[in-house]
Write a protein that binds this ligand. Structure first.
Ligand SMILES: N[C@@H](CCC(=O)N[C@@H](CS)C(=O)NCC(=O)O)C(=O)O
Length: 211
């Protein structure tokens, strides 16, 4: 029953799917799709993900893209600890947090702040301070909302859920920026959450090796 995850380890979305596989203890193969060399737009990848994004996923010939669909499938198709709360309100909160990460946190934290302050310099470019500042402001707003919604040192209380796994990769990059890291450290619930998540074997194993 081969499980294949297509995507590079440096991608936050691919890492979320890898975290779900690791947390469930599912055996999988990872196939790199390097976005920086245009592999996302290669015909074989567009056949898996029509927008050329990562990750894409396959299980026994069943193909899927969109990270939340993939992580829910991984949770529901395989044995192992449940990654979605049984309680209906906690489950709704989990889905809400995944949506906030997608719609507000990722575009500001990754798309603007981290891109300008980490990726652009890594590629020898000069960061655009205006875009970075916009990203930082958006990041702070998302952090405030998440700090308010967090149930405690796990986002939905009780056990690790998909909400935690969708947020970890984004925060890991946010913390690489000076001001993003300081803004994160100023939120006590999220900081306690990070301490706990950062020590998990799945998080340690999937940490991207940059540079
Ligand atoms: N809605 C997609 C978003 C995935 C996504 O944006 N992945 C990023 C990498 S973290 C990507 O592939 N970016 C390349 C691009 O936009 O062309 C999902 O949930 O899987």
């Amino acid at each position: 029953m081969p499980v294949i995850l297509y995507g590079p380890g440096y991608s936050t979305y691919a890492r979320t799917a890898l975290l779900a596989l690791e947390e469930k203890g599912v055996a999988y193969q990872q196939q790199d799709v390097d976005l920086f060399t245009g592999k996302g737009q290669a015909p074989e990848h567009l056949a898996r993900q029509p927008w050329g994004k990562v990750p894409a996923f396959e299980h026994d010939g069943f193909a899927l893209f969109e990270t939340l669909a993939i992580t829910r499938y991984i949770d529901e198709a395989f044995p192992g600890p449940a990654l979605q709360p049984a309680d209906v309100k906690a489950r709704a909160r989990m889905t809400q947090i995944c949506g906030i990460v997608d719609s507000y946190a990722y575009p500001m934290m990754l798309g603007k702040l981290v891109w300008q302050e980490v990726v652009v310099p890594m590629q020898g470019g000069t960061p655009n301070a205006e875009i970075a500042a916009e990203g930082l402001a958006g990041a702070k707003k998302a952090l405030d909302v998440l700090e308010g919604l967090a149930a405690g040192d796990l986002l939905c209380g009780g056990a690790v859920t998909l909400a935690d796994l969708h947020l970890v990769p984004v925060v890991d990059y946010l913390r690489m920026t000076k001001e993003g890291g300081a803004a994160f450290a100023a939120r006590p619930k999220l900081s306690a959450w990070w301490e706990k998540m950062n020590a998990r074997p799945s998080v340690v194993k999937t940490r991207p090796k940059l540079g």
